[in-house]
Design a protein around this ligand. Structure first.
Ligand SMILES: Cc1ncc(COP(=O)(O)O)c(C=O)c1O
Length: 389
């Protein structure tokens, strides 16, 4: 018996594989500093945990409505309406277990074989994996370091074709920490407004920014009707393990996503939705404190990386990743990531984990303590003597 052919086209997220390798080294007694995994190292805010516990005690333990509890969908709609300045209602909201299922459901609902998907590269690896899985056509859009890791918009214009069914944007971005400037979003909106395509705007890092608040493409004329916002609680409220996210989309797509949900998950866990409601409606000081701390670490990380021979690191405007260019070391990024793990005990990801245009870069997550970040930087500096002649 063999697996279905389509399984051979499904990719993976190698952060989890690298984490497993690092853990295996730890099991052998090695000390590893983890800068590979993309989850905040802060606890879920106490009042959110409390709301989850209370919900369990109150019996929020059964099935709920497939697309989420109406009160929760309404609260999300209000939050999105306020933060993006767009008119949406609870009916536009699909609550799902994490942000990722929105990618899976939307792309499954939308893409036929041969449809073209434009997506950022380097970018979240699941975009490319799902394009392949569904037999759609990859149209990777290289991110340009000199433009703060935004697209080359002239190239985007050339790549748009009558077969383009989906354009994926991610701002603030994984793995680069880049934020798409408002002027770029305006031009992208102009380029796609009259085309028969959908935009997936992955805004999972929307609250984690340092300079200017990231804008959403939905605010431009005609874009709410053709955009799916992906957002959720994993990063903003340190809730990766609760599995709670959502999509905000036109009604015809919401109906399709709901149909896929009923065929797969039935619904998102009820008590986690109660915790999510408390997160949205309660005090936001934990989010603000987290971002303040991320900023301190970002600055330490970027300064430290720029002091390493052969490394050149831009200051990321959002998310919690630094994405240095390491071409100056003369070592292929995959080899370098491996050497950092084995010879320095620092676990990070090769830029190639995010697509071919990630070659020549490494991704460091600064979701770790300042002390560990400083120690990791010290170790890399020591090792750099081996390539800096
Ligand atoms: C760009 C991006 N989108 C979506 C997700 C998925 O988030 P979740 O854990 O809520 O599924 C991640 C997680 O790393 C991400 O980096």
């Amino acid at each position: 018996m063999q697996l279905a052919q389509r399984m051979s086209r499904l990719g993976t997220e190698s952060a989890f594989e690298v984490l497993a390798k690092a853990r295996a080294l730890e099991a052998q007694g090695r000390h590893i500093i983890h800068l590979e995994i993309g989850q905040p190292d802060f606890p879920t805010p106490a009042h959110v945990v409390e709301a989850g516990k209370r919900a369990l005690d109150e019996g929020w333990t059964g099935y709920g409505p497939t697309a989420g509890f109406p009160e929760f969908r309404q609260a999300i709609a209000q939050y999105i309406a306020e933060t993006r300045g767009i008119p949406v209602t609870g009916a536009n909201v699909c609550v799902v277990p994490g942000g990722k299922p929105i990618m899976y459901f939307l792309m499954t609902a939308l893409l036929e074989e041969g449809d073209e998907v434009i997506y950022p590269n380097p970018g979240f690896p699941i975009y490319e994996s799902l394009v392949d899985f569904l037999g759609a056509v990859r149209v990777p859009m290289p991110l340009v370091e000199e433009r703060g890791f935004s697209f080359d918009l002239d190239r985007l214009e050339r790549e748009l074709s009558p077969r383009t069914k989906l354009l994926i944007l991610n701002s603030p971005a994984n793995p680069t920490g880049g934020v798409i400037p408002k002027a770029d979003l305006a031009r992208i909106a102009d380029l796609v407004r009259d085309r028969d395509l959908i935009v997936l705007s992955d805004e999972i890092y929307s609250r984690i920014w340092y300079e200017e608040r990231p804008e959403s493409i939905t605010q431009f004329d005609g874009m709410v009707e053709k955009t799916v916002i992906l957002d959720g609680f994993s990063k903003t409220y340190s809730m990766t393990g609760w599995r709670l996210g959502y999509g905000v989309m036109p009604l015809w797509l919401a109906t399709a996503v709901e149909r896929l949900m009923v065929n797969s998950n039935s619904c998102t866990a009820s008590f986690t939705q109660r915790a999510g409601l408390a997160a949205l409606q309660g005090p936001q000081d934990a989010v603000e404190a987290m971002v303040r701390e991320f900023r301190r670490r970002r600055d330490a990380m970027v300064n430290g990386l720029n002091a390493i021979p052969g490394f050149r690191c831009r200051v990321p405007a959002g998310a919690f990743y630094a994405f240095p260019n390491v071409q100056g070391t003369g070592i292929p990024s995959r080899v370098l990531a491996d050497r950092l793990m084995h010879e320095a005990g620092v676990s990070c990801l090769s830029g190639t984990a995010f697509g071919e245009h990630g070659d020549g870069y490494l991704r460091f997550s600064y979701a770790n303590s300042l002390e560990n970040i400083e120690q990791a930087l010290g170790r890399i500096r020591m090792l750099s003597a081996s390539w800096a002649q």
